[in-house]
Design a protein around this ligand. Sequence first.
Ligand SMILES: [Zn+2]
Length: 486
Amino acid sequence: MSFYRTYRPQIIDEIDNANVRAQLLALLSKDRKDLPHAYFFAGPKGTGKTTAARVIAKLFNCEKSTKTGPCGKCEQCESIAAGTSLDVIEMDAASNRGIDEIRQLRERIGLSPVSSAYTIYIIDEVHMLTTEAFNALLKTLEEPPSHAIFVLATTDAHKVPPTITSRCMVIKFAKASKEELLHALQRVVKSEKISISDEALQRIIEVADGAFRDAVKFLEQVSFGKGKIEIAHIDSVLSLSTSHNVALFVSFLYGKGADVAKALTHIHGAVSEGADIRSFLIDVLQYLHKELLSRVSEKNISPDTKNIERIIHLLTRAYSELRYSPIPELPLELAVIESFQAPAPQAGVQPAAVASVPPALAPKTSTPPAVPPVAAKPVPPAQHAPPVAVPADEPEVASLGLLTQEKLLDHWSDFITATKPFNHSVAGVLRSSRPKSVNGGIVTIEAFYKFHQEKLADIHTKQVLSDVLKKLFGEKVKIEIVLGKK
Ligand SMILES: [Zn+2]
């Protein structure tokens, strides 16, 4: 059985969502017969609505209920947990079967429960009901038989007529907080004896986006291997799974996890998996839009909030440039690079981010970025480097066309700037090197120092250079490095 089902909270105390737990506990002060007969659960997917609905079912049918609510152990509680209770009827209004079941609802509602005191009808995605079905439901809610209990759940509360919700006790399911998610994950980690670093747990929490189900499912997904789960493993799994792509990608754009190289690697990964850049960009913008609105409504105007605003501008521009771009991912990549390069209000994020290199591209023998790259010529300070993104009104980079030596010479400094996010010191070495020839898909770069030649000739470095040229000119080339005479 999956972790999510195995570790689904069974009693009120186990419910991870503090607000929901409190509201259910408050019900215990009343006699069962005085409890509301209809409940309306509203909230995003994966926030525990079905779990809480089953706890409600137990609340009514548990044989050994205590001061803390249903016992979770009696025959009734166990059959409800297993989904085998004949008196708990779960319907999904979004499915065809659900529609049929709701049609039959009015006929069967008069029937007494089979083996319990109450029949509990759980209708999931209730907003999907047709008008007729709503009307039928409303009639039932107006005069429910004393043994019938309704739990209506929805991810889209505003689509449910107020005539329905006003007859229910409404419980809102907010997205889970980080603490609540941690609480839920730790329960699984402990029982399954999973070894996982705190950092890795935090990463799962970040990408779960407030959904218990996603967090626990993801923990299960990464816990198959042996040994301790580290954050690198999480990230590599994430880059392959599409559902969390957007949250992970956004985590690379700003804040503590900001890292231009990881963001670019992520785009590369998405493209190679066949992701549609347009819809990916829309998803990212929607995500940032929500984030921005929630920060503004919380009056959280931190440097990060300003940064989000700026990233939204840049990505919106990238979106408008998409249709003219011969390489679909190019505008997005340029926007990402620019978001890191232009002077942001908080400078703290940038050096760390720019210095790191995507694992796949990192030269194994790379010099630490702290070493001054070139001794031969004065190197302009990094912050004065021109932004790699060409302004929107000059879509030049996107249409540079076939690579020739002249073009490469003309755009040598663009090439260096575009290399910088991947590897600072390589960019420095390029500054004192030059393109010697472009011929038959081979770009020959001339270095003038032996150690420069060696650095550029590193197989990973050549891959980076080739990738950057592909981005700029749309052409896949091989890189050769020769040692020239000064
Ligand atoms: Zn029980």
